[in-house]
Design a protein around this ligand. Sequence first.
Ligand SMILES: NC(=O)C1=CN([C@@H]2O[C@H](COP(=O)(O)OP(=O)(O)OC[C@H]3O[C@@H](n4cnc5c(N)ncnc54)[C@H](OP(=O)(O)O)[C@@H]3O)[C@@H](O)[C@H]2O)C=CC1
Ligand SMILES: O=C(O)C1=N[C@H](C(=O)O)C[C@H](O)C1
Length: 250
Amino acid sequence: MVNIIITAPRGHMDGLIVKAACERDDIRIAGGLGPAGRDYIGKDIGLAAGLGREIGALVYDDLTKIIDQCDLVVDFSRVELSMEVLEICKKYKKGFLCGTTGFTPQQEEELLAAGKEIPMMKAANTSFVVNVMRKLLGIAANALGDKAKIEILDLHSQDKLDAPSGTALELAEEMAERSGKPMDSIAFHSVRAGDTPSSHKVFFGCMGEMMEISHHAYNWECYARGACDAAVYMAGHGVGLYTMEDVIGL
Ligand SMILES: NC(=O)C1=CN([C@@H]2O[C@H](COP(=O)(O)OP(=O)(O)OC[C@H]3O[C@@H](n4cnc5c(N)ncnc54)[C@H](OP(=O)(O)O)[C@@H]3O)[C@@H](O)[C@H]2O)C=CC1
Ligand SMILES: O=C(O)C1=N[C@H](C(=O)O)C[C@H](O)C1
């Protein structure tokens, strides 16, 4: 049994992670963390997450009050909160699964470096299918090399704070690495409109032909399922930096 704390349970993602975790028998939610002042602090996390029932775990505004009760913290929230959670996880030697996006390069480095101290995963996309797509893109970029100009289009809801998406950046990193071309050879385009859950389209523009590889999420449940799989995987491993590829076994 893996004991987790989930941050920001009122958010889209963490609310779904609460729901997905409750449907499994290998995860126990020890509690939640929310920003100070919210009306759901001190309430049951099932109610805060919109489950419509209590699950016997409360939401706190101070992670240090409950961190001892967990194996790891699952956080899909905001950059500011994620960086605070990182410090507490390092101090208390607890695992940290961070799905938040929009970090600066320096914050990214700090998150990845934590893998030397705690079980750590920073994954911009926890969907199984997107991680298969990433693998396919690496193969395509490696094979096409200089023959293709690569451009990425990401479409998200108008509420999304960051652009390009964290996923677009991770897909580009994989393709740059596998093709040997620099990151800045890849162009990014972002649309933020309506309530579209998330789409990523990667174009390989060649002379006289074009290849396109796309993923569309129709809701956010694919990310929540992947986050639960990742939490269980991490709890079974020690200090280290893990990726969704490790979880999926690609
Ligand atoms: N890795 C992955 O697979 C995925 C990652 N994401 C990423 O997860 C993150 C969250 O996305 P999503 O759930 O849609 O976002 P939401 O806006 O729905 O939720 C964000 C939550 O963060 C809380 N929060 C914590 N700290 C702060 C703060 N300092 N200021 C404001 N709000 C704060 C909010 O609390 P309150 O409700 O009380 O205001 C809110 O519940 C994003 O970075 C997104 O890109 C999203 C989908 C998949
Ligand atoms: O809806 C979002 O916000 C999402 N954020 C992640 C990202 O930035 O890539 C993952 C997915 O695209 C959904």
